[in-house]
Design a protein around this ligand. Structure first.
Ligand SMILES: N=c1c2ncn([C@@H]3O[C@H](COP(=O)(O)OP(=O)(O)OP(=O)(O)O)[C@@H](O)[C@H]3O)c2ncn1[C@@H]1O[C@H](COP(=O)(O)O)[C@@H](O)[C@H]1O
Length: 110
């Protein structure tokens, strides 16, 4: 089966929810979710660091590989907390076309 670029995140996210609902021994996702929030966060931290290192190295293939790992583990965190991927899409849509500098200036003063 092939997916449009913007559908693959949804497709992977659906698999993550499926693994959460029906965990199997063979599933990396199920084993990570079983280990809980802290383990997922630890993996996310590691994957983020690996992407930073890849970015520093500047090798395109490495950056792509590590970015995919970080995307995947971010989806696992969303799935663990039952946050639909659409919530992130909606937030990105809300920001679309708004300059990051303008957005920051519009925030209430803390
Ligand atoms: N996209 C991914 C994906 N990206 C990365 N990974 C796994 O994430 C793990 C991270 O790699 P590391 O070497 O850092 O971790 P590790 O040393 O194996 O694990 P730890 O002992 O550190 O926890 C590897 O086992 C990768 O295979 C993924 N595992 C699954 N998916 C997707 O999730 C689907 C379901 O996978 P399962 O749950 O395994 O069936 C797959 O079909 C894919 O679509």
């Amino acid at each position: 089966m092939s997916y449009e670029h913007d559908d693959i995140l949804q497709a992977v996210y659906r698999v993550i929810l499926e693994r959460k609902a029906n965990p199997s021994e063979q599933s990396y996702t199920a084993s990570l979710i079983r280990k809980g929030n802290d383990k997922i966060l630890k993996k996310l931290g590691e994957e983020a660091t690996e992407l930073v290192i890849a970015g520093k190295g500047g090798e395109r293939e490495e950056i792509v590989y590590e970015a995919a790992d970080l995307f995947f583990h971010s989806l696992v965190l969303l799935g663990f907390h039952d946050i639909p991927l659409d919530a992130v899409y909606d937030e990105l849509r809300r920001r679309f076309g708004v300059s990051g500098i303008a957005e920051k200036q519009s925030r209430p003063i803390e």
